[in-house]
Design a protein around this ligand. Structure first.
Ligand code: GLN
Length: 538
């Protein structure tokens, strides 16, 4: 049987609970254990796919096409594993299943109740992953913050599991210790309250990860220990650090891995964070810098811009840079500015490379097209991702092929030259308003042309990459695009869809219909990103 580690958050959200969970996973891997991880999101949405990125941050996509929380991306990157729908639970999924089972008489005439039937469904999903993976440890991150109504049923599931398997369940609270300016001292009270909230749900944390801007000092450690009923050794300091990839190493300084193992009466089989340490060494000792501009629409909630919506792209850039011992400087550039005032485009020259990432909706699209034109003409290394590829095709169709009214039907349904269009199956889906989980999703194959740059980069002819989009390059225009010099570098062999385009005679101009960023790992940077960064740094 596996050991279960539940991880909940205290005080507030956004304190890096997902990365903490992923880091614990990496530590356990380094000690020779097999690890599985589950993210529980307490919202009623069945998955993250229908949510606005401003609401939710990035929508991550797995090989099997699950549109999920960005923490699944953190788990994939830290554990270096491909995850699936079994690693992701939402309130929506759980209720949907329970109601479906009830309708099929699956409860044999019983009154179906929120407790225990909802937590039971949660537990059965945890067990399902255990069975499927044969993992020694299942990490279960409960989204949200303790004390809120939404995640109570998941805490209830955790409590029930502890009751059934008292020796095999450990609870970790990731809490936050503020240092209010006017006081100038780190305060433990919010954490004490968070523990009380957990206690009310019938749970006593075994370990507390103390997130704060600075390391925890001894008086604070003692205070948390006494007031929260946790041994001093189990209060782990988790200060802000430069790179998230240092976190496993930092946790290990406080002996977190062994503390966890001791709770389960286990011993490490090995201790091997070597590759991870090498990564961090590269991060800390760059030989140069590379400046990458990401051009998109202006994201704002109140006074805050949310780069979070592109976390996988940002991490993929970083992975590539680290492997080349470069330090990334990433800047978010507002596409609408280039639309309103094209003169400002020349600031793009200050960057070593430009990325136009994925996106939905028409805002900023014309500015992105202008950006791509500028990169093409001024030979600035350019990487287009999903929407970025579609707009590169529109730009080429308009300005090189001179196709009047070239556009994507996403933005101009009746345009004259529909160079990017929906396939007939997608038309049907859209007519029926069946938006959830119906895009072209997940891993699909792509065959590379032997004469392409992409083939040289991937060093193989058949690749698999993850998708999340409805629109495609319209094959009716392929001949004219190719005739004018656009290289079709990759095709999906099953459906004859264009997956990668390139421009020859350019330092680097590659755009893909898929999202390579989802497959980049800190220890295995994605080849497209790596080549893009390499050429940008020249
Ligand atoms: N909006 C485009 C489509 O649906 C691109 C999507 C994306 O960039 N992920 O095809």
């Amino acid at each position: 049987m596996a050991k279960y580690i539940f991880i909940a958050g205290g005080v507030m959200s956004g304190i890096g609970k997902g990365v903490a969970c992923a880091s614990i996973g990496r530590i356990l891997l380094s000690k020779g254990f097999k690890v599985g991880a589950i993210k529980i999101d307490p919202y009623v949405n069945v998955d993250a796919g229908t949510m606005n990125p401003i609401e939710h941050g990035e929508i991550f996509v797995t090989d099997d096409g699950t549109e999920c929380d960005q923490d699944i991306g953190n788990y994939e990157r830290f554990l270096d594993q491909n995850l699936s729908t079994d690693n992701y639970i939402t309130t929506g999924r759980v209720y949907q299943k329970v109601i479906e089972r009830e309708r099929n008489l699956g409860y044999g005439g019983k009154c179906v109740e929120v407790v225990p039937h909802i937590p039971e469904e949660v537990i059965s999903r945890i067990k399902k992953l255990e069975k499927k993976t044969g993992a020694d440890f299942i990490l279960i991150e409960i989204g949200g913050t303790v004390g809120e109504y939404q995640n109570l049923l998941f805490l209830e599931a955790a409590r029930m599991m502890k009751l059934r398997h008292p020796q095999d369940v450990v609870f970790i609270l990731v809490s936050y210790l503020p240092i209010p300016k006017m006081i100038g001292e780190m305060k433990t009270k919010p954490t004490q309250h968070a523990v009380r909230q957990l206690n009310m749900a019938g749970i006593q944390p075994d370990i507390i990860l103390a997130r704060a801007t600075v390391p925890l000092d001894l008086p604070r450690k003692k205070k948390i220990s006494i007031f929260c009923n946790v041994s001093e050794k189990d209060v782990i300091s988790a200060p802000d650090i430069k790179s998230i990839y240092e976190i496993p190493i930092n946790f290990e300084k406080d002996n977190l891995g062994n503390r966890i193992l001791q709770k389960f009466r286990l011993r490490a089989k090995k201790n091997d964070l070597r590759k991870w340490k090498k990564l961090v060494k590269n991060i800390e000792n760059p030989k140069g810098e590379v400046k990458i501009g990401m051009v998109g629409k202006y994201f704002k909630t109140g006074n805050f811009t949310l780069m979070d919506s592109y976390i996988s792209v940002i991490e993929a850039i970083k992975h590539a840079c680290y492997s080349l011992q470069l330090s990334p400087k990433i800047e978010w550039l507002d596409a609408e500015k280039y639309e309103k005032n094209p003169k400002t485009l020349k600031e793009l020259k200050n960057f070593d490379g430009i990325i136009v990432p994925g996106g939905f909706g028409s805002r900023g699209v014309e500015g992105k097209i202008k950006t791509i034109e500028y990169c093409r003409k001024n030979k600035i290394p350019f990487l287009g991702l999903c929407l970025g590829m579609q707009l590169a095709v529109v730009e080429f169709a308009r300005n090189v092929c001179k196709l009047k009214g070239a556009n994507s039907t996403e933005f101009s349904p009746n345009c004259q030259a529909k160079v990017i269009d929906v396939m007939s199956d997608q038309k049907e889906i859209l007519n029926q308003k069946k938006y959830g989980g119906t895009m072209r999703l997940g891993a699909q194959r792509c065959k590379l042309s032997p004469s392409s740059l992409s083939f040289k980069i991937y060093k193989t002819s058949l690749i698999s990459e993850r998708h999340r989009h409805r629109y495609e390059l319209n094959n009716q225009f392929r001949a004219i695009l190719e005739k004018k010099g656009l290289r079709i570098a990759g095709i999906n062999p099953e459906r004859n869809l264009v997956e990668i385009i390139e421009l020859p005679n350019h330092p680097f101009f590659v755009a893909c219909q898929f999202h390579p960023e989802f497959k980049s790992r800190p220890l295995r940077p994605h080849p497209l990103f790596k080549e893009f960064i390499k050429r940008s740094s020249k």
